[in-house]
Design a protein around this ligand. Sequence first.
Ligand code: ADP
Ligand code: MG
Length: 354
Amino acid sequence: MGKTEITEIGEFGLIRRIRKRYSRASPFVLSGIGDDAAALRFPPGHSVLVTTDTLVENVHFSRQSTLPYLLGVKSLAVNLSDLAAMGGTPRFFLLSLGIPKGLSLSFVERFFQGIGESAETYGVLLVGGDITAAANLVITGVAIGHSPPGEMVCRGGAQPGDRIYVTGPLGDSALGLEILRQRGLRPRDFTYRGEIRGRDGDLLGLVRKHLAPVPQVLKGRKIAESGCASAMIDISDGLLADLGHIMEESRVGARVWVEKVPRSEAFERWASHYHHSPMDLVLAGGEDYELVFTAPRDLLEGDPSCARLDGLPVHPIGEVTARAGNLTLVGGDQKPYHPAGLGYDHFRDRTRRK
Ligand code: ADP
Ligand code: MG
């Protein structure tokens, strides 16, 4: 791969390449890349789920501190995560790109390789998109999936008395971002596909979690299939911010036992080296893309093997309360706990990301 710039092959040259490499025949796609609109099939009776998410250079990522392959992985992941949060099965993806002049063809190819390989992992087909020139790299994904009758899980169903659960450790991604900020990205620490080859595997693993999050599609499906969840959301803006969305839509309050929120071993080992208040990363750091859901108290308690969830381990972190909008945090000493931040909001707090 040389230093060919993307402008040399042009919009249609690029579309031809994408079509050749990433078009797949499927009984679910009547018409994909190459026609004016994709024509798609869904299993009869299912609800169709559609979501979109945009990553903007210098707002959500910087080209200097990621790898194009991982940026592709992340562009798909943030969209699939929203389908996972509804308990859906992802099937299709559309990708609109604003491409700055001077971006190299090799950057674009690796970016597409990241998208293509993770699409394969999740059984998702690229069925269309758009390409335009732009001042910065702008990546807008549209993910389309479906959910069987009666299985969709929304934000608005939480009831006072329900337990609150999360599906995995929180804080890793925010810690990864801190590590990235303080140490920078050394590309030689990773292969171009993001496999770790440097020493400090722990730290690089945290960085990788930030650069290429994993959408919890299987977990979302198991939770939806079990029928036990009253509300669910994915953790993109931070636990407290996203739990706040459940509270708002369900018109309830919440009590969270902060010490019960799970953290990874790597997090426990390194967080205090890179942040003055690790618990803030756990509660308010975003982009872990685990799921938080509520369920009636008696459904999952006393089921240590999580038979109802097909063996999926989940972590109780609190309970839903009746006082709408009221969030109480309880520390390990049973006293009220006061966090420094309440999650990321693009318009309220511009200082948290560069
Ligand atoms: P139109 O002008 O009708 O919108 P385009 O020339 O923009 O069509 O696109 C031609 C075909 O290529 C369409 O099927 C479109 O979905 C597909 N396409 C364009 N850009 C992308 C992309 N970034 N990823 C995947 N497919 C794309
Ligand atoms: Mg177009």
